[in-house]
Design a protein around this ligand. Structure first.
Ligand code: COA
Length: 211
């Protein structure tokens, strides 16, 4: 979304009175790409310098759209939080943020974000794979590397819209087939894939051994 800062300008690289900024809700605050071109957290009610050197001001919402769109740098914290779910990629959010930095720059990847009421509530990542993808005949194949929706937003068609957005991108890149996988125990993901028209190809067991 876009917000306008109304109040006394502060900092060399912080907020300027009357200027519009890209923002996203983040745990009750706004993550804002400020005058430094980096994103920082600001109070939603009274954005002000942390050292109290200026009274700060307030935000005016200029644009807020519920949409599926290409993910941007400002979304990285929300993306890493969603991807850290054990059913998705799991792991450390800081490392996942670094992974997303690379994914956003990768020509082979699309990261899509679902924004609702100024908040990222879901994401999907697809990659153009040129290695063999089980059950497919063409190359490259679009592969659904990860998809997740915040629990309280599930069952509203958001993952389906994320998938359709990704499928459109994949078609534009010349793909005619999609591949994907999920754990045998992930019933929601299995049902989601079936509802979207995927066919089950094979069931795999992974092994490991210390040598
Ligand atoms: C899987 C997941 C992304 C689905 O997201 P969602 O936004 O709830 O899915 P949608 O509402 O868009 O559902 C799309 C279709 O899948 C079906 N579906 C989704 N979740 C389902 C469930 N738990 N049980 C049965 N069907 C389900 C819907 O009924 C819908 O079918 P329809 O189009 O015929 O109505 C979500 O449950 C999630 O984030 N899970 C945790 C992360 C995860 O497991 N990711 C997949 C890793 S492989």
């Amino acid at each position: 979304m876009k917000v306008k800062y109304i109040g006394e300008s502060f900092g060399i690289d912080s907020l300027t009175n009357g200027k519009t900024y890209m923002a996203i809700e983040d745990n009750g605050m706004y993550r804002v790409v400020d005058d430094s071109d980096e994103d920082y957290l600001y109070s939603k009610i009274n954005p002000a310098p942390l050292d109290g050197s200026a009274p700060g001001g307030k935000w005016e919402i200029v644009e807020q759209k519920d949409e599926i769109r290409k993910a941007e740098r400002i979304d990285i914290y929300a993306l890493a939080s969603l991807a850290s779910l054990p059913e998705v990629w799991g792991g450390n959010e800081e490392e996942l943020r670094e992974d997303f930095e690379q994914l956003l720059d990768s020509e082979k990847d699309l990261v899509a974000a679902a924004e609702f009421s100024g908040k990222v509530v879901g994401f999907a990542n697809i990659r153009l794979r040129t290695d063999y993808v089980a059950g497919t005949k063409s190359s490259p194949v679009a592969y659904l590397e990860g998809i997740a929706v915040l629990e309280e937003f599930r069952g509203k068609g958001i993952a389906k819209k994320l998938f359709e957005f990704c499928a459109q991108w994949a078609k534009e890149k010349g793909c005619t087939e999609f591949g994907s996988d999920c754990l045998l125990t992930n019933e929601a993901s299995y049902a989601f894939h079936m509802a979207l028209g995927f066919k089950e190809i094979e069931r795999t067991v992974h092994f490991a051994k210390t040598i």
